[in-house]
Write a new protein. Structure first.
Length: 315
């Protein structure tokens, strides 16, 4: 053999063998692999697109690949082992219906959770650590199929910030338009429904489904569409509603103002969703404190949008 080929083999062969050894070790060292009767899923949390995925995530593909959200499909009675990794930030994995978590998943560490799929149905798993703009879309399905039945395919959960893009922030001072954009851009739509209609189930929450926002005008005690229009105009021209003493165009203005300022404080400080069953799992959908995530005027924009959604003709 020529010296050049020998030299090439000396350089290349260790690289090939090293890569093969790493791949073998990752497979052999993965908990649950080869364990009889155990269904194993290797999930990686990706904050940038808001998914738990079964795809291999690494430093080369993290920045460009669209990772598919994972559906965990098993048979009733299966023992399930889920190995969890994070590709970027701290995530928190939670399957309330099977008593899994919430468990912290830190970058650079793997954590494993195990449960028995002891009932058939379609259930959701969640990330419950606020991990970025796409956090509220970071959930998926656990499909448990009874014996003799065919697995169903639940609808895909994907972040519309990523597919499709909601576009840039509108160049306008009109608060209702800004609020409509923020409602989608900040992920409020995932818990409070399209156009604030609500109806999103929050397991074991005393306040499930998640309350709608299209009834905000009613909750502020606005008497009619004229009052609503007057309040929207006032918010538009007065950044500090608390400094406005009176407004003759709005019935019961002091009451409306107080309730509006209370609503702003709820958005700033967040709201805890209490358990319906104190012995049951923690409700996965909790409203975070937005005070460091949006500007004060953005809160006015969101509330203006909510007020505009009320259907006065149907009330």
């Amino acid at each position: 053999m020529k010296p050049e080929r020998i030299a090439a083999l000396v350089v290349v062969l260790p690289l090939v063998l090293g890569s093969a050894a790493i791949a073998w070790y990752r497979h052999a060292a993965t908990p649950g692999v080869g364990e009889p009767g155990v269904v194993v899923f290797n999930l990686t949390g990706v904050a940038s697109t808001g998914v738990w995925t079964l795809d291999d995530v690494n430093g080369l593909n993290y920045w460009w690949k669209t990772f598919e959200p994972a559906t965990l499909s098993v048979r009733e009675g299966d023992t399930v082992l889920v190995n969890l990794r994070s590709a970027d930030l701290l995530h928190r994995f939670y399957i309330p219906q099977f008593g899994v978590g919430p468990v912290d998943v830190e970058p650079g560490h793997m954590v494993s959770v195990r449960f028995t799929a002891n009932r058939a149905g379609v259930f959701q798993y969640y990330c419950t650590a606020l991990c970025g703009t796409c956090h509220f879309y970071m959930r998926g399905w656990v499909v448990v199929t009874a014996a003799g039945e065919e697995p169903i395919t639940p609808p895909r959960i994907g972040c519309p910030l990523c597919l499709p893009d909601v576009g840039p922030r509108p160049v306008t001072e009109e608060l209702v338009q800004i609020g409509s954009y923020l409602y989608r851009q900040k992920g409020c739509i995932t818990c409070h429904g399209p156009e604030g209609h609500g109806g999103v189930v929050n397991p074991n929450s005393a306040n499930s489904p998640v309350p709608p926002h299209d009834t905000t005008a009613q909750k502020l005690f606005l008497a009619g569409p004229e009052d609503a229009d007057a309040l929207l105009a006032l918010i538009q021209r007065a950044p500090d509603l608390g400094a406005v003493e009176e407004d003759d165009d709005i019935s019961r203005f002091p009451v409306v103002r107080t309730r509006y300022l209370n609503a702003k404080q709820i958005i700033r400080g967040g709201r805890y969703s209490a358990k319906a069953d104190p012995a049951g799992p923690e409700p996965p959908l909790q409203m975070p404190a937005w005070q460091h995530l949006v500007e004060e005027r953005d809160i006015d924009a969101l509330l203006s949008y909510f007020i505009s959604l009320y259907d006065w003709e149907a009330s």
